[in-house]
Ligand binder design. Sequence first.
Ligand code: COA
Length: 170
Amino acid sequence: MSISSEPTYATREGLPSDIPEIVRVTNLAYAVEAFCIKGPRTDQGDVADRMPTGTFLVVEDRRNPSRILGLVYLSLSPDRGYLGTLAVDPDLQGSGLSRILVDAVEARCREACVRFLDLTVVNLRKELFPFYRKLGFAPTGVISFPLPSKLILPCHLVQMTKALVPDEAL
Ligand SMILES: CC(C)(COP(=O)(O)OP(=O)(O)OC[C@H]1O[C@@H](n2cnc3c(N)ncnc32)[C@H](O)[C@@H]1OP(=O)(O)O)[C@@H](O)C(=O)NCCC(=O)NCCS
């Protein structure tokens, strides 16, 4: 019997048929924000609305391709990418899936000749700042929380940005 060393996951673009899984994994992962933000993070209508204006990249389980393990959303505007909804199944967090997803987003941005990649973090999620710093992002500003009616605690968003080109090309 041979033991396969093939990875058990694969990264690909999310399809409309993935919407229920994208919603399931996103809401499971973002349950960590229930202490400060009310209600589920997303629903099927929200994901469907965002598909035409950006790309969901998903990590699927190759043994069960209908099962999504993690996902991220990328939208592009001239010279900037926006990385949103980075979510990994809580059972698989800490195993390197977000690194794979962020690398995939950066590769797409470079293909599109985008120089900057932005994301936002709820300021109360202090544990995310060292995480994103490790991935090369630094804080660049603050933004009001867009849905104040969902807030349980006062908070705002911190924008973090990564330059995707060498300093000489900035
Ligand atoms: C945040 C989240 C996406 C991280 O996903 P993950 O798959 O567990 O992260 P990874 O295992 O890929 O870690 C990526 C790197 O960050 C490092 N890291 C993880 N947590 C860290 C921390 N608190 N401080 C510093 N580095 C950290 C890892 O060691 C790893 O580094 P390496 O690639 O050099 O080994 C995941 O915990 C999640 O889904 N959380 C809930 C949703 C959420 O908060 N999304 C982000 C909202 S802005």
